[in-house]
Write a protein that binds this ligand. Structure first.
Ligand SMILES: [Zn+2]
Length: 150
């Protein structure tokens, strides 16, 4: 966790992004780490957890973080929470809370609220169309015999 917090400070002081760091450990060894890189990469998804998950998965040559522990300097935002669940590590440790992040100007509470709102009524309206056409991709997936499940 101290390494995650050090990455948070270093990344922020280096102008890479906000003060967030993350380290992923497997069998007592660091397999991936990162800090928030939103500013330097111009990538709004480059949160510390996502950066670290990408590095860990690349190093492990796997799309899952089986048996891994995630150490993040702050409680994950909704995007990172989703990414963590897709990556399926064994456990997540976090230092600061989302309330601490909000006090520092990183308030993600509105995203939690938006999840509850009808898609078309969200602040960014989300409208379904061409559903029948897109369902064909799911049909192909269901019929695909050699698919790798994840
Ligand atoms: Zn995040």
């Amino acid at each position: 966790m101290l390494q995650a917090i050090a990455l948070a400070k270093e990344g922020m002081l280096g102008g890479n992004g906000g003060p967030f760091g993350c380290v992923i450990v497997k069998d007592g060894k660091i397999v991936g780490q990162g800090s928030n890189m939103v500013l330097t990469t111009k990538d709004p998804t480059a949160h510390a957890e996502v950066v670290a998950i990408r590095e860990a998965c690349k190093n492990l040559d796997n799309f899952q973080l089986d048996g891994c522990e995630v150490y993040t300097s702050c409680e994950p935002c909704p995007m990172c929470l989703g990414a963590i669940f897709w990556a399926r590590p064994a456990k997540v440790y976090y230092a600061c809370t989302k309330e601490d992040a909000a006090n520092a100007g990183f308030d993600d509470h509105f995203i939690y609220q938006e999840i509850e709102v009808n898609p078309a009524d969200r602040q960014i309206p989300m409208v379904s169309f061409l559903r029948e056409e897109s369902l064909k991709a799911f049909e192909l997936w269901k019929e695909k015999g050699d698919k790798e499940l994840y």
